[in-house]
Design a protein around this ligand. Sequence first.
Ligand code: FES
Length: 108
Amino acid sequence: MTPRPTGLSQDGDERHSHGPAGARHRIELCRDTSCQAMGGDRLADHVRKKLGCEFHAHSRDGVFVLQPVDCLGLCTRSPGMLIDGIPYGQLTPRRFDKILDYIRKASV
Ligand code: FES
């Protein structure tokens, strides 16, 4: 798959200028084709449950904001996401939890 230009969420908004403000960390979870084919829906369900929020909202604890985005150019490592602009690939629910725990501990 040829990645589309990044910078737009699924609803066409520019990623860094819209969405809830005030969270300490921004999670941009890819919802595009390659990531979906590699378990993206299951991962998205897990992420929403773990954070206690839907897309375009703050996590239950207010620390994270969760945004759906189109292809991040990480297709060969899908499913992928950015947290504060840092790319993470080959995500599984378990790997997501480990990354989240690390970020929580690092930002205390
Ligand atoms: S489809 Fe390319 S990074 Fe998700």
